[in-house]
Structure formats: structure tokens, C-alpha cells
Write a protein that binds this ligand. Sequence first.
Ligand SMILES: Nc1ncnc2c1ncn2[C@@H]1O[C@H](COP(=O)(O)OP(=O)(O)OP(=O)(O)O)[C@@H](O)[C@H]1O
Length: 261
Amino acid sequence: MQNKHEDAPKLIVKGVSKTYRDGKRLLDVLEPLDLTVGRGEFVSLIGPSGCGKSTLFNIVAGVDEPGSGTLAIDGDWQGERTGRVGYMPQQPLLLPWRTVEENVLLGLDVLRLPRRESQQQARDVLKRFGLHEFADSYPDTLSGGMRQRIALLRTVLFNSSFLLLDEPFGALDALTRITLQMWLLDLLQMYHSSVLFITHDVREAILLSDRIYVLSARPASVLRVVDIDLPRPRRQEMLTEDTSIHLERELLSLLVKEQPL
Ligand SMILES: Nc1ncnc2c1ncn2[C@@H]1O[C@H](COP(=O)(O)OP(=O)(O)OP(=O)(O)O)[C@@H](O)[C@H]1O
């Protein structure tokens, strides 16, 4: 997809709000909020459960429309948003009757790429990330961590330039999570992707992000924006540095105040 403005930020969200109608009741989910993801930036959203994070993702992905406000991907304020992001929802669906390779090339099927070409791309990406020996396996035979890797590769293959990742590591055990965090950072470096990321884990947000937006309880507004100055490449040990520990404490106390009882 051609960029409208080469230098424009990957994403600009300006005054975007959302209200749902729930029967006779109106449910305010997003207060007008502003947010930017620069080119190649990793930006995280943290906020209490049910505050509206996935709603914002759906709007950015073009699956839903904002109630008010506007947004631009690559400086394009008017164009279609669907197809311009690689969106990995909270529960990515791996089709159990398709092999790993067939699951990875699912996004390319949507783009109607010739099968031979998409097969080659799927094989290349599996090889590059050391998963080629699982190409003919079925998802049910794989561990949770492996399934998330497959879902991430599928997302990247569909669109590597801008990724929306909704809590991709939420269901994993602590050790697998750490491995996958580092694996994701390597993958992003390879593709120079811009990322908008949802997590409930403050440490994960600090480790991975260039910037964190802290959202309030529903209706979500931006409580704080924090730039993370840790150098790259990031390492787990950076989380035990004083500045990281202070920041973690500060963000947690902000979130605890917002968490509904
Ligand atoms: N299509 C819809 N119609 C009506 N209400 C909706 C719709 N989509 C979401 N909601 C409501 O909007 C609120 C925010 O939901 P959303 O999934 O965006 O929150 P979230 O911050 O992603 O939650 P979690 O952290 O638990 O994943 C919830 O109360 C939800 O029930």
C-alpha cells in the first residue's frame, strides 16, 4: 500500500470518541482522545479491564467507526483503514483443520495472492523464525506459546508495516511470556514495524514500549503519557533498574485507582 505522506506518523488519532447503544441505554466507551504512533514506534495502551481499549483498536482497524473525531494512517485522513493494519485480536483464531503453514498464509488468501506465491512467503517466514519444522503440524498439537507465534507471523505476513496487537501474551505462563517478548522484539526489528499494543502487564509495557498511554476507567480518557527512555535492544534486566521500578510502581498505583471493584 502506498503511503500518502512518507514522513507522516503511522497513526494519528484526534478527538476520537465512541458511544454504543445498549437497548435503550447509551454506553459511553471512549471520551474524545488523542494518540500518535510514530514510524517504527512501539506504543502501548494500558488501562483497567473493560475501559475501551479493544474498541479503540476496532476503530483504528476500520472494523468500527468513531462517534466523533478523526484518524489518519500514513497521513491519510479519508481513506479506507481496513487492510492497512495487521490486527491480531485477543483470541486469534487458528483454524484447527489447517496446518501451521496454511494458517500462516490465511491473511494472504484474504489479499487474494496466488497460492504458490503465498505458500512461498509462508514457508520463508516460518524458516526465518525457526518454525519450519512445524509447517505441517496442526495447531492443536502445539503449545500455547507456539500458537501465539504462528498467529503473530500470520499477522505480520498480512501487513508488517503497522501492527495492532491486543494482549498477545495475556494467556501465557511467565517464562513463555518472557521468551515471546524477546522474540517479538527481534521480529519487529526485522520488519521495522510500527506497533500499537494492548497489555495489562505494566512490566511488559515498560520493557517493550517507546511510549505508554495510561487510560482511565470507562469511558476511557488518557490519564498519562509516558516516554520510555530505556536503550534498545531491550533486555529483561532493564526492568530491575531503579527508574523502571519507580515507573512500574507509579503506573500500578494509577491503574489500581481506576480498576472497578
Ligand atoms: N459492539 C458493542 N456494543 C455494545 N457495547 C459494546 C460493544 N463493544 C464493546 N462494548 C462495551 O464497551 C466496553 C468496552 O469494551 P472493550 O472490549 O473495548 O474494553 P477493553 O478495555 O478492551 O476490555 P478488556 O481489557 O477486558 O479486554 C465494555 O463495557 C463492552 O461491553
